[in-house]
Design a protein around this ligand. Structure first.
Ligand SMILES: NC(=O)c1ccc[n+]([C@@H]2O[C@H](COP(=O)([O-])OP(=O)(O)OC[C@H]3O[C@@H](n4cnc5c(N)ncnc54)[C@H](O)[C@@H]3O)[C@@H](O)[C@H]2O)c1
Length: 306
């Protein structure tokens, strides 16, 4: 079962699990995901799509659960912040309850946002984070932190088989064109010939992982021995400044857009980069797709959308 399976990452994960020979139940309330993302899978007899909001209990029979359901970009998770926390927290309780009843293995799609605005670079899993509990991003950051707590309490209390994956910035085809995330924003602006909006002076850095690399690692984490719980960072440690990213996209799209600078939003981290030492050790994994190649594939997708 993949909750949030018709979203950006979820749809790629469903595809991958089907290709690996699994039966896949995709559960989604279509808040940010869409049927279009999985329409090509509907004719596969091993694929099932169910409209359901995970803040309510669900009774199905499955043996592995990937819990991805949650709006993931600030514009989406701040649209209804109470529902965001409910999805993370009540959603986790419902998914964990299901896993407990079925003795199923369960993986949580956590996030680098659990580190908040970090004082440590790159961030290892042992870093406890610097998160504002009362800011506009808190519904997401604290919701995800509480979900991790629940996973580890179910593991300690009920010996549930859990896996917690902390995902860093991931991009690729089927990202939302208007979700305000930097990669989709810049590509859409470049393709439309609009100004490229940079918040701050563009010297803040980010690392970007291509979706196929992330899915490879996620499936790898699910297959680790039961003793392995994580949390485990998955992302691409190569850092780029936001300005470099904008310039890269301008080159690849051959756009004439100009750079426009705006003030930084609240709680925006200045730098974020995963320490992927654990993923290398445990999974023998590291990202293989260069930013240029990943951006080209993503730009092709957005061109098609336009
Ligand atoms: N993409 C990234 O860079 C990134 C980084 C860190 C963490 N994550 C995590 O990965 C997961 C997937 O992210 P994504 O980028 O694919 O985002 P997305 O918005 O495309 O996918 C989330 C999916 O969850 C669904 N959903 C939301 N609330 C739901 C609910 N209450 N019940 C059922 N379905 C619900 C949405 O409709 C959507 O299909 C999220 O949990 C997100 O926090 C993503």
């Amino acid at each position: 079962m993949v909750s949030g399976g018709s979203g950006f990452l979820g749809s790629h994960l469903c595809e991958r699990l089907l290709a690996d020979g699994h039966d896949v139940l995709c559960v989604d309330n279509f808040f940010t995901g869409s049927k279009a993302n999985v329409a090509h899978l509907l004719k596969d007899p091993h694929f099932e799509l169910m409209r359901h909001d995970i803040t309510f209990p669900i009774y199905v029979e499955v043996d592995e659960i990937y819990n991805l359901a949650c709006p993931a970009s600030p514009v989406h998770y701040q649209f209804d912040p109470v529902q965001t926390t409910k999805t993370s927290v009540h959603g986790a309780i419902n998914m964990l309850g299901l896993a407990k009843r079925l003795k199923a293995k369960i993986l949580q799609a956590s996030t680098s946002e659990v580190y908040g605005d970090p004082e440590v670079h790159p961030q290892p899993e042992s870093y406890l984070g610097r998160v504002n509990p009362v800011g506009p991003r808190s519904c997401y950051d604290e919701g995800k932190r509480c979900a991790e707590t629940l996973f580890f309490d179910y593991w300690r209390q009920h010996r549930l088989r859990i896996k917690v994956v902390r995902i860093f910035n991931t991009y690729g085809p089927r990202m939302h064109p208007n979700d305000g995330r930097v990669v989709s924003n810049f590509i859409m602006q470049a393709l439309r010939g609009e100004d490229i909006t940079i918040y701050g002076d563009g010297t803040q850095t980010r690392s970007f992982c291509y979706v196929d690399d992330l899915i490879e690692a996620m499936v790898g984490v699910m297959a680790t021995p039961d003793e392995f719980t994580g949390p485990i960072n998955i992302g691409n440690p190569q850092e780029f400044t936001i300005r470099e990213l904008a310039e890269h996209i301008l080159r690849l799209t051959e756009s004439r857009s100009k750079l426009a600078f705006k003030p930084l939003p609240a709680d925006d981290p200045k730098q974020r980069r995963p320490d992927i030492g654990l993923a290398k050790d445990v999974l023998g994994w590291s990202p293989t797709i260069e930013l240029g190649e990943g951006l080209e594939r993503t730009i092709r997708y957005f061109r098609g959308k336009l």
